[in-house]
Write a protein that binds this ligand. Structure first.
Ligand code: PEP
Ligand code: MG
Length: 570
């Protein structure tokens, strides 16, 4: 017997097996009616109370959830609380009630539709996905207006062995379901970048988003296999399939336990060479995660995320507080702060032309910071002040000429003088992301204290492959011989001048490339904290001496396929 298979977007990997619990609520009708003059005041008050109630309800969720889950959830609850406090939702509907004499539910719907239209029109995929957040917060206020409790239909029972099938889920609902033992989630809407997906990944909860007809095809109680590794759900599978999936699930659990046991182990190759494993991160939460996975520090902190999704750039004080908090969480471990890398796929309105014809080749990274030096100065002042609380390393993105390093150094010296602070113990590093930087690395190194290879962009610019163009995905190839030559060259030149070279692109966190990068001489890797143990597992069984012997042959390969004959890459 073959099972019915539904496919969707793999939003959080893993396999979950259980009985369906279908909680599709559908959107309730929003009532619309006109008010008499003397009803306007009380309606405004009713709306205000609903917002206050929504706030209390969210705070309650935060209270109910404990431990690791609470840390993961805090960021989302905070974001939703902020939205509830923001004028656009706290005050916007009041304007509608006053000017149109309409009821609060309708006023909220009008405000919501306006906001969604604005968000949907944005170019940035991440910001577009914030539409979900607006909807979750609006749904919470609508429920409060209707005096419905938070997802009443979920009940209070344990949901062990259940797979929840929903139209949509908010992060707080995900946290609640995880606490109650749910095995996997399926939603009809959503995508890989939604907050729900981010939270599921952080919790290790298998999740498939975007199975549009899930609630029509799946009935309460049906047996489901959620294979979120492949983005498919099997309905009522036969015994043989079920057996195979249970074996796979057990294998994954064993692997998980094996990796967990490595947390306290040293990152040393089998022949005794220590390797430094750094983490990439851009929030306090990721800093905590990095430490819990044993990272030596943060190897890449993308500060541009502080600038995105807002109309005005953050002031010096806000940046200072943010960096200081990260340093405090790091407890003495180094924080590698990359200066603003806005542009191309990461947009923020900072005065550049929003209709730049070719943004990946445009005003991005250090070029933008030097075109608008007040932006960089504000950031450097915040860095200098934060450095009083812990070790910062400064990293310059998208370098393509030595003069950019000089200019950034001059601005740092100016800021240090203005603040009467010492900048001399802040190491300055450069991202190697443009072939020009890789070719001129010897000259660059005279002015830099360390290097970090950004392979995401280095591959893009070396191979002329737009990294955001999904149709070209397989051509964005880390194994291209030209890319490997540049990486090897940068490491070699860094070693020759006694300066450390790390690699912080996605490639560093792919365990199948760990042996290859060790063979090319890499000793500092920076990656998402969650993949750190997998990389550690590979390097602990690697023999550096043997790998080193492959270096020359690896660099002679004409095609990526030839590499596989020298060392396993899958
Ligand atoms: C890179 O280009 O490899 C990199 C780490 O920077 P980002 O992905 O932020 O462009
Ligand atoms: Mg980059």
């Amino acid at each position: 017997m073959t099972a019915l298979v539904l496919s969707g977007i793999s939003a959080s990997k893993g396999i979950g097996i259980g009985r369906a619990r279908v909680i599709v609520a559908g959107s309730p009708e929003v009532p619309e009616y006109l008010l008499e003059g003397d009803q306007i005041g009380p309606e405004i008050e009713r709306y205000r109370q609903a917002v206050a109630f929504a706030r209390t309800e969210l705070a309650d969720v935060a209270q109910r959830v404990r431990g690791q889950l609470a840390t993961e959830l805090r960021e989302f609850i905070d974001a939703h609380l902020l939205m509830l406090e923001d004028d656009m939702l706290a005050e916007g509907p009041l304007e509608y009630i006053r000017s149109r004499s309409c009821n609060a539910e309708w006023a909220l719907k009008q405000t919501r539709d306006g906001l969604i239209a604005a968000f949907t029109a944005m170019d940035d995929e991440y910001l577009r996905s914030r539409v979900d957040d607006v909807d979750h917060v609006v749904a919470r206020i609508q429920s409060a207006l209707a005096q419905r409790k938070d997802r009443d239909h979920l009940g209070e029972d344990r949901l062990d062995d259940a797979v929840v099938v929903a139209d949509d889920l908010s992060p707080s609902e995900v946290a609640d379901l995880a606490e109650r033992g749910v095995r996997a989630l399926i939603t009809e809407t959503g995508g890989a970048l939604s907050h729900c997906s981010i939270l599921c990944r952080a919790l290790g909860m298998p999740y498939i988003a975007g199975i549009r007809q899930a609630s029509e095809m799946i009935n309460e109680g049906m047996l489901l296999i959620v294979d979120a590794d492949r983005g498919i759900t099997l309905i009522d599978p036969d015994g043989e399939r079920l057996g195979r999936y249970r074996d796979r699930q057990q294998e994954q659990q064993r692997r998980h336990q094996r990796l967990e046991a490595l947390r306290g182990e040293a990152a040393v190759t089998s022949d005794g060479t220590p390797i430094r494993l750094w983490a990439n991160g851009e929030s306090e939460k990721e800093v905590d995660l990095a430490i819990s996975y044993g990272a030596v520090g943060i190897g890449l902190y993308r500060t541009e995320f502080l600038f995105m999704g807002r109309a005005e750039p953050p002031e010096e004080d806000e940046q200072y507080e943010h960096f200081r908090a990260a340093l405090e969480h790091l407890e003495g471990r180094p924080l590698t702060l990359r200066t603003l890398d806005v542009g191309a796929d990461k947009q923020a309105p900072l005065g550049q032309d929003p209709n730049e014809p070719n943004p990946a080749l445009g005003l991005r990274g250090i070029r933008l910071s030097l075109r608008f030096p007040h932006l960089l100065k504000t950031q450097l002042r915040a860095v200098l002040r934060a450095h009083q609380h812990g070790p910062i390393r400064l990293l310059l993105p998208m370098l393509s000429r030595v003069s950019e390093i000089r200019a950034a150094r001059e601005l740092l010296a100016q800021c240090a003088e203005e603040l009467e602070l010492d900048a001399s113990d802040i190491p300055i590093g450069g991202m190697i992301e443009v072939p020009a930087a890789a070719l001129l690395v010897d000259q660059f190194l005279r002015h830099l204290d360390f290097l970090s290879i950004g392979t995401n962009d280095l591959i893009q610019y070396t191979l002329a492959i737009d990294r955001t163009n999904q149709a070209l995905g397989s051509l964005h190839d880390p194994l291209h011989p030209a890319v490997l030559k540049l990486i090897a060259r940068v490491i070699e030149c860094g070693d020759a001048q006694g300066k450390s070279v790390s690699l912080c692109g996605e490639m560093a966190g792919e365990p199948r490339y760990t042996g290859l990068l060790l063979a090319l001489g890499l000793r500092d890797f920076s990656m998402h904290p969650r993949v750190l143990l997998e990389v550690k597992e590979v390097l602990r069984s690697a023999d550096i001496t043997e790998l080193g012997k492959l270096r020359q042959s690896l660099l002679q390969a004409e095609e990526a396929e030839q590499l596989e004959a020298l060392l396993p890459l899958s």
